[in-house]
Design a protein around this ligand. Structure first.
Ligand code: BGC
Length: 378
């Protein structure tokens, strides 16, 4: 499919599958993904904002905010568990995905993932920056998420691929950093309006935006230092500490979360590794990936193209986007991944039998394609 055609088709797909609640199912025709993930949903809303579909984006942020507020009691539970060294389980964490009406899923899932909450703050801030009004429901959700992330950012949790939950991950830290940094001006504004500063005596939380600002400032100062000391090995960022594999999610450090500048030498060396070790036409998540055999992901291919475009390197970007365009099916649907250049053929068949054909359409793939084509502002 041609770029303009696929871009328009992608916008239609995102709008068509948005639930009346404002939620976006990750993949409407693939039962395990008939949930809304904050991670996927925020990039979808960001894509809609970029193409001027502000109402669709606002409906998503309202849905997500209502859902967070409805489960807000879990923030204190999670912080309390962390404070006394108890594990943060399903009963105490804010979940990574919800039903389309905003309830927690019932079947077992790896729910403790912090990156989606950082991504949510980043996307919401971009929505507000583009003129969306600062609604009360956003303020309440932001308050909870900021408490949650500033309290737990150093805690190990599952990464954005829902794996390796005993580790900390630079991609997760980048999402937290990018989200907190993006939302800070609204917190500062709240703090000015309420006149609260760190007088020490005010109650925790909602009522004290001044204290929240100080907490955010503190994390923004400490997090980059911790990330650099823990996750750089031989001049490259690595997937997690204690090994030297690269993961395509390390792109997030530069684009869009800004933990590294795009011309930071360690970051550019890492992207070069992603391009040589994980990209052959399309981009894999990481070399040892076996989910559906470890194929090539459309959203990551679009992500690498986004990076090249922001660097002014149109030729490689065009090549990657053409690869994505060639993988649209007759309906103009983009799948999660394609079984090309597999790491393990046996695992491809294992997953096919277990969960059926690869998710298609995957709304996040459409979103990243739109963002890469249209998103020249981070
Ligand atoms: C991916 C997640 C994604 C989810 C829904 C999982 O397989 O690892 O990153 O959020 O699917 O698309």
């Amino acid at each position: 499919m041609k770029t303009i055609q696929l871009c328009n088709r992608s916008i239609d797909v995102l709008k068509a599958y948005q639930a009346p609640t404002g939620a976006f199912p990750a993949a409407p025709d693939y039962p395990p993904y008939n949930y809304v993930w904050l991670r996927d949903g925020t990039f979808i809303a960001r894509a809609l904002d970029l193409v001027g579909e502000r109402e669709g984006a606002a409906a998503f942020y309202r849905f997500a905010s209502r859902t967070i507020v409805a489960h807000g009691f879990k923030v204190e539970r999670a912080l309390a568990a962390a404070a006394c060294g108890r594990p943060i389980d399903d009963g105490s964490c804010l979940h990574t995905r919800y039903t389309l009406s905003g309830e927690e899923g019932r079947e077992p899932w790896g729910n403790f993932q912090l990156d989606g909450y950082g991504t949510f703050l980043w996307g919401l801030a971009a929505h507000l920056q583009a003129g969306g009004p600062w609604e009360d429901i956003y303020r309440r959700a932001v308050d909870l998420v900021v408490r949650y992330l500033t309290g737990l950012w150093q805690h190990p949790c599952l990464d954005c691929w829902e794996e390796y939950g005993d580790y900390r991950h630079p991609s997760t830290l980048a999402a937290i950093y990018g989200g907190l940094k993006a939302i800070l001006p609204w917190l500062e504004d709240e703090s000015r309006k309420t006149g609260f500063h760190d007088a020490g005596g005010e109650p925790e939380g909602e009522q004290n935006p001044g204290r929240m600002v100080l907490k955010v400032d503190d994390v923004l100062e400490r997090l980059p230092e911790l990330a650099r000391s823990e996750f750089i090995r031989d001049g490259n960022w690595v997937k997690f500490a204690g090994q030297d594999a690269v993961d395509a999610n390390l792109l997030w450090l530069g684009v869009p979360f800004g933990l590294c500048s795009l011309d930071d030498p360690v970051f550019t060396a890492t992207v070069a590794r992603i391009a040589t070790e994980l990209c052959s036409g399309g981009v894999k998540r990481y070399a040892a990936d076996t989910y559906y055999g470890g194929g090539q992901w459309l959203l990551l291919t679009a992500w690498l193209a986004w990076y090249y475009r922001l660097r002014g390197e149109e030729a490689p970007a065009r090549e990657l986007l053409a690869w994505v365009e060639d993988r649209a099916d007759n309906n103009g649907f983009l799948p999660e991944q394609v079984p090309e250049n597999l790491t393990s053929e046996a695992h491809y068949h294992y997953w096919l039998e277990r969960w059926g054909p690869i998710a298609n359409p995957l709304l996040w793939s459409h979103a990243m394609y739109i963002i890469s084509v249209r998103g020249m502002e981070v």
